[in-house]
Design a protein around this ligand. Sequence first.
Ligand SMILES: Nc1nc2c(c(=O)[nH]1)N[C@H]1C(S)=C(S)[C@@H](COP(=O)(O)OP(=O)(O)OC[C@H]3O[C@@H](n4cnc5c(N)ncnc54)[C@H](O)[C@@H]3O)O[C@H]1N2
Ligand code: MOO
Length: 397
Amino acid sequence: MASPSRPGLLPVAEAQARVLALGTPVPPVEVSLPEALGRWAAAPVVARRTQPARDVSAMDGYALRYADLPGPLRVVGESAAGAPHAGALSPGEAVRIFTGAIMPAGSDTVLVQEEARREGDEVELDGEGPAYQGRNVRARGLDFAAGDVLVARGERFTPARLAVAATGGVGRVAVARPVRVALAATGNELVEPGTPGEALPESNRLLLRALLAESGAEIVDLGILPDRLDTLTQSFAAVDADVLVTTGGASVGDHDLVRPALEAAGVTLDFWRIALRPGKPMLAGQRDGLAVVGLPGNPVSAFVTALLFVRPLVAHLAGAAEPFPAATSATLGEDLPANAERSDYLRAELRDGRAYASTIQDSSMLRTLARSTCLIVRPPHAPMARAGDSAEILVIA
Ligand SMILES: Nc1nc2c(c(=O)[nH]1)N[C@H]1C(S)=C(S)[C@@H](COP(=O)(O)OP(=O)(O)OC[C@H]3O[C@@H](n4cnc5c(N)ncnc54)[C@H](O)[C@@H]3O)O[C@H]1N2
Ligand code: MOO
């Protein structure tokens, strides 16, 4: 194990790369489109049809030959979406047409009904009219053609990507089978949420489950484990999953037994402690295809490390091309002091496009986290920053 002693804690980016390397990517399965939401394409999604399949009208009005304007023209039929006009248009003729309907052969332009005067079976221009030939017509293949890649391998299935896959004539897609993630909270002081009394409700498994909810992960719940070496070791030894995530017991106290228990359960540790605040005591390792991540118990530390390590690991194993949270930037609303040797992820609020860090950055404070909409990322040894400076942020709500 790389056991970084201070100074020289493992930098966050290096720890992230090492965590990703601990897991074994899971094999693909085929699922229906609704089941694919939030998961990643294990193969490119290729269009089986051209969209639109034919030239169609973009507006309600009259299909005609541009050269025939301003008319009057004889209305010889109707083309509705799903009920096209059978015949072809001769010069001097128009067809009543609706949005999405197929353009009759011989027509090239649509006159919108607001600019048309209709009397009996005659229609003529009444307004400015279409500016050019082809106006208000969606040409065949405007959106995509059969054979086009609609969703690339490794891209995530967002609502819009599901919709384009469906429009491409695709009903089932390849994604990784659910990544099985075992979750264990540790701590004698913890009780299940909803338990009456003043004992501390356990919230880290909930946090993790919620953070992984859209990844298609399958949670194996190991519950709350007591701070006992034998119990922890037995539980860890019995885990059958792709990833084991523990929270708590990762630090240096007499009751911090997760690390020795993991080792006793056959896990080879890769690192312990990283240059991150909050989240320093995090550890990672593996055992025959099982990736193990031990998060600190403090709820905010657990959240930040889950965001930076656990969710990216699960996404990576599930085939994500870009597993890490997308960083963006914001203008600082107030000055920030110089940073020490750990990367700092400050809980902050975005107001009017400016980021304001909370005054107290204690890693136990969930209400502060719950009010935060972003984390301000402060690199190791960053100099003092001024209000108005640009800073990297991660949007979290
Ligand atoms: N002497 C030192 N003490 C500590 C150090 C250090 O370097 N030297 N590191 C501190 C840092 S940084 C962190 S972070 C914490 C994390 O330590 P553990 O991973 O051992 O966490 P615990 O002691 O088990 O718990 C910390 C805190 O969080 C509460 N907790 C734990 N699990 C949950 C849960 N599932 N739901 C809600 N709350 C939870 C627990 O009750 C404690 O209050 O160590 C520092 N100490
Ligand atoms: O790193 Mo701990 O996570 O500061 O609170």
